[in-house]
Design a protein. Structure first.
Length: 145
């Protein structure tokens, strides 16, 4: 793929993802399956890795989540919330582990994995062993249930 084609494809993918994310997170409406949306985001990520000059701050690959609906109170977190990377194959999991091992060479690491539950987030704040705060965030449709 040449640069011009890549730039056009990246813009198209960004437009689609922004629209779908807005509909999903703000309007509580799903135009596309989560799996299909994840594949489009993966394609965008791969293209941006190949053509980093086309990465922009507003790209869905550079943001966690979506715009806020305003239906939940704003919460200031002690540490920034970060997004986990999606993993679609055993090889992607192996590649991830290799990247981690480069950061902590020689360490023995244990892992716990679980299925992704989209749209639900729970933060617990403890102070001196006592539960201080429980911060729950959920997408609009969770609040309507």
């Amino acid at each position: 793929m040449n640069k011009q084609d890549a730039k056009q494809r990246i813009e198209k993918l960004k437009d689609w993802l922004k629209k779908w994310n807005y509909n999903y997170f703000i309007l509580n409406k799903s135009d596309i399956s989560e799996g299909a949306r994840d594949k489009i985001k993966k394609e965008l990520t791969e293209l941006e890795e190949q053509f980093p000059e086309f990465i922009t701050p507003d790209s869905p690959t550079q943001r966690v989540g979506s715009a806020l609906s305003g239906k939940f109170a704003k919460i200031k977190h002690i540490t920034p919330k970060q997004s986990l990377s999606d993993c679609f194959s055993e090889q992607e999991l192996i590649d991830w582990e290799e990247r981690i091992m480069k950061l902590v060479p020689g360490e023995k690491l244990d892992y716990i994995t679980e299925l992704k539950i989209d749209g639900l987030n729970l933060s617990l704040v403890y102070e001196k062993g006592k539960l201080l705060k429980q911060l729950q965030e959920a997408m609009v449709f969770m609040a309507k249930m």
